[in-house]
Ligand binder design. Structure first.
Ligand SMILES: [Zn+2]
Length: 279
């Protein structure tokens, strides 16, 4: 169980060194049902933090049903209060329908649309639950992929939401997002989750096939065979750039969406731009 202990220590060290959570403040974990967010919920509870969970039902058939069942099981076993929200109730349609309609009318990729809407919804719901922090399951691999994708796009500014703690502004509308697995390799999270027998499915989201991120993931995994430190190196060099990138955005100030009132970098937030297309 040496690897288990080592993994848990790395997560705890990430939390402490980056000052992610204060004792007693309420932290809500966005649980998808996957290994990463399940691991985060379990460990925060184990470390003694004031944890609750939220789950968004995307209504993707059996995939969503099974994930929801797993989240319920996990929260019940570990006595974590769980709040479930439905994308159908919140937005009027299933995620598949929204992606079809919006995807054909914009140049947003399907995973981008889903990501924007989920981020928008979980911020709103975490705030309404009184969360001081919103924890997600992003791991080192996710972050290395994102940094590389932004670099390839020629726009590192897109990465200002990276880093173990996201929340450039002290703002009552924006719940600071934290990533306790920021320095954990995906392979190690998978290994830990399997050792702990967490009730999770290890397949990727059925919609992810063909996604650009998938290609970048494979590329990085190939490169890792030649340089085992590659993911950590990408993330560490990017993290060093972050304060400067953020200062540039900070100087422009934070706006609120004219449609929904949520924090936004534009007059109308991306989620509302999408919502308008399906109305
Ligand atoms: Zn909006």
């Amino acid at each position: 169980m040496k690897t288990v202990k080592r993994f848990e220590n790395l997560v705890l060290k990430t939390i402490k060194e980056n000052n992610l959570i204060k004792k007693n403040e309420k932290v809500v974990v966005a649980m998808s049902g996957g290994k990463d967010s399940t691991t985060v919920a379990y460990l925060l509870k184990k470390f003694g933090y004031n944890v609750e969970a939220l789950h968004v039902n995307l209504h993707m058939g059996k995939w969503s049903d099974d994930n929801m069942d797993n989240v319920k099981k996990m929260c019940e076993i570990n006595k974590i209060p769980l709040h479930i929200f439905s994308i159908k109730t919140e937005l009027g349609n299933t995620i598949c329908y929204i992606k079809q309609v919006v995807g054909s009318e914009t140049n947003y990729k399907q995973c981008t649309i889903c990501g924007i809407l989920r981020r928008w919804l979980i911020n709103k719901k975490a705030r309404s639950l009184g969360a001081k922090k919103l924890a997600t399951g992003h791991n080192l691999d996710d972050e290395a992929q994102t940094a590389l994708m932004n670099l390839f796009k020629g726009n590192m500014m897109l990465g200002i939401n990276s880093g173990p703690k996201v929340g450039m502004f002290e703002d009552k509308m924006f719940v600071t997002r934290i990533k306790p697995l920021y320095f954990c390799e995906e392979e190690n999270v998978r290994e830990y989750s399997k050792k702990m027998n967490f009730p999770v499915m290890y397949q990727r989201c059925p919609c992810v096939i063909g996604a650009y991120r998938h290609e970048v993931r494979n590329y990085l995994n190939d490169m890792e065979k030649k340089n085992p430190k590659i993911k950590g190196n990408i993330v560490k060099s990017f993290t060093k750039l972050l304060p400067e990138l953020r200062n540039e955005v900070k100087s422009k100030g934070l706006k609120y969406c004219k449609e929904c009132g949520e924090p936004s970098r534009n007059d109308i937030c991306k989620a509302c731009q999408i919502r308008m297309k399906i109305k």
